[in-house]
Ligand binder design. Sequence first.
Ligand code: GAP
Length: 505
Amino acid sequence: MSSRITIEKIEELAKRRGFFWQSSEIYGGFGGFYDYGHLGFLLKSKFENAWRKFFLSLDDMFYEISPAVIMPEQVFQASGHLKSFQDPLCKCKKCGNIERADHIIENALKESFEGKTPKELTELIRKHNIRCPKCGGEFGEVGELNMMFPLNIGADSETKAYLRPETAQGAYVNFKRMFEILRKKLPLGLAIIGKAYRNEISPRQLLIRTREFSQAELQIFFDPEKINEHPRWEDVADYQLRLTTAKDRKKIIEMTCEDVNKKIGLPKFYVYYMAKIQQFYFNVMKIPKELFRFKELSEEEKAFYNKYHWDIELNLASLGGFKEIAGIHYRTDHDLSGHQNLSKEKMSVSIDGKKIIPHVIELSFGVDRNIYALLELAYSEERDQIILKFPRNLSPVDVAIFPLVKKDGMPEKAREVQNMLKQNFVVFYDESGSIGRRYAREDERGTAFAVTIDSQTMQDDTVTLRDRDTTVQIRVPVKELSKTINKLMHYEIDFRKAGKVVYEP
Ligand code: GAP
């Protein structure tokens, strides 16, 4: 088997082991929609919880809320989505196939054309004679499609609404109330983890471009006069960020936060959160440094609501290079002012004796894209099989529990250990098949550790604890098992030092 990672390999494993697959499969599948199975759900929950723990603990004033997914038309009138949230599309004159114009050009010319106008895209299609991939026919003029899903609500279907295309608007429409409840302080962070919907013209690459996806977003409302300060700036001033600028896309540079502030001119409040995002990817997601970068978007590529817009990208071999998985956006007062103008509700607040409309820095993560990235980066072919080497803290199942044989009291003892560990960990019990096959199955599911109950357990109340990535086994007393696994999970001790080594491959 070739060791090159491909989308097909990820899809095969994801379906066979219970991570994800196309929705409504029994009816032939539903393009752009995915269902998560039990392991996919556990992985997604682990990611979301790690995200929560990391980002909500950055400030006492950061909270999570859970607004409605369907919002009335006025929200998207005010936010600008009704007018500006468009994708360019082109239709084949011969077979009627519709494609996203910038993607079809990107595929042909191997360059990004995001943000070009329909007229520019039409010219590119004509100049390079780009034809329909289905029938070779000629494309018509490039047009535009609003990406939101419209809905008509109520018995008379009279109320126009939309499925939210981003979680963010839920934070803006609730800002004023939350500000008042939370004692009128800035900065104030409102996080939302939940579904977003976009009528993508060409959903593709499994979880990367879908019509229903999850986002984890944090809207940080702050006083715009304080944009070039952060109370904890000194913690990150010397920290090096990995960047590629709009001027030179070929190079990744490393620059301290201080230099990004001084030389690139990004404000401290923004750069501080760039540093935190990079630390999340390095320290929690365990992403190798060389696979990570911030990418500056050019004027024409930036989202319509952003003044500064940098994407967070990971180099994913199965997708042929760096791919956007998150973004950090300076949205100014675009949204709050938009809602104030249309709703006539005042969005201004009194802070330090002055009245201001707060500005917003948004940290926006695509959960499903991160799940895809975790799967690809964990995927390894070794020992004649697939092993998913997830970071231990993000593994879907923490511990598998195996009685060595189905007799001599071992299953009963294993159940006892299972009951003890399930108070703190996601555990899985298995007594079927040889112990080698059970280890191999769990390695393929990415289970971080395996505990085996053997004849020695019945004498001295110790078990073997096996590390998925190295297969090293140590002997640990049952009474210390929870504490030991907890430390290992957070990489606080070296595996070989956590007990007596009884097996080295
Ligand atoms: N609130 C800002 C916002 O929504 P965005 O760049 O449009 O910004 C944020 O989306 C993130 O959501 C992206 O970086 C990506 O990870 C994810 N995302 C966007 N569209 C997606 C899609 N069609 N399928 C899966 N994930 C998507």
